[in-house]
Design a protein around this ligand. Structure first.
Ligand code: NAP
Length: 266
């Protein structure tokens, strides 16, 4: 994905400014063939940290010296932290998702039922996070069964592959982790299945209101878009790099300002 329109420099530099750190966060576009050299460059330049985006997350998990439990389970790294001469691979997407459930929807997944549409990188982080947070049921609805199987395995005994018609009516929280509603029209989830009992999260943050969220709001659901996860995963990265409490509201303002312009990629 081209990073020249990334929102992350605005979000993270806003945090560094608020924390009065003389640090700078810069986006570099790295071709797949160059990712090994890029990580060697990080070592040589002694950079304090890196964010990693698609398509590099899985290769970077093999290039760092060790991975956190989440990054190891996912086989994917979205954040590298330097610890002396060692590079530690972290994955802050799942914690960022749980934070948005709490801060935007006041929703605690412990003992609750979830359905996740999609089984790509974002969906896998969400499935693992929901299971780790004690969800009673994590159903995955996805076009390609083999990808759904890979995602469901992360949830252990509470994970299952499901169809939308079965899973949505009995769910407490419904998550769209497909790109449907972003560049392509339509929704992955039939809004007629949704009602007031559902919390609905669309991981898409541009547009800020997807067709799914508009329809879910009309049907009385509590809704959240992907800005919260974007901000909170970055906040976890800032905390890992600096050891300081991230200024969440400042970061959210920077993300919201950026998401409202044509610069809208992570
Ligand atoms: P990905 O790895 O490419 O996975 C995409 C998933 O969507 C796959 O499961 C794919 O199904 C499914 N899908 C794609 N097109 C579809 C279609 N036309 N009909 C039905 N299913 C379809 O992508 P990702 O990195 O997980 O990202 C998914 C979404 O989350 C994107 O919109 C991305 O912007 C968003 N995201 C947001 C955040 C955030 O911080 N807010 C973070 C990461 C991602 P198959 O398995 O069948 O191919």
């Amino acid at each position: 994905m081209p990073v020249r329109h990334s929102l992350s420099p605005a979000i993270v530099n806003a945090a560094f400014d608020a924390l009065e750190l003389d640090w700078s966060y810069v986006a570099f576009e790295v071709a797949p063939a160059d990712i090994d050299a890029a990580i060697e460059g990080m070592r040589a330049l002694q950079l304090g940290g890196l964010s990693v985006t698609m398509p590099h997350k899985e290769r970077v998990a093999e290039l760092v010296d060790r991975c956190s439990a989440d990054a190891a389970a996912l086989g994917a790294v979205n954040c590298i932290v330097r610890d002396g001469d060692e590079l530690i691979g972290e994955n802050t997407d799942g914690p960022g998702f749980l934070d948005t459930l709490k801060s935007d929807l006041n929703f605690d997944p412990a003992g609750r039922r979830a359905v996740v549409f999609g089984a790509g990188g974002a969906a896998r982080a969400v499935v693992l996070a929901l299971a780790r947070a004690g969800a009673a049921d994590v159903a995955v609805v996805n076009r390609t069964r083999s990808n759904a199987e890979r995602a469901v395995a992360l949830a252990g005994s509470v994970g299952r592959i499901a169809g939308a018609l079965d899973a949505v009516p009995e769910a407490d929280v419904v998550v769209n982790a497909t790109p449907l509603g972003m560049t392509e029209g339509g929704t992955a989830i039939d809004p007629s299945l949704l009602g007031r009992r559902h919390a609905v999260v669309d991981l898409i943050y541009h547009p800020s209101e997807t067709p799914l969220l508009a329809a879910a709001s009309e049907r009385g659901c509590a809704v959240a878009n992907g800005v919260g996860m974007l901000v909170h995963q970055a906040a976890h990265a800032v905390q890992l790099w600096t050891g300081l409490d991230p200024p969440i509201e400042t970061m959210r303002e920077a993300a919201t300002a950026g998401a409202g312009t044509d610069t809208h990629k992570r």
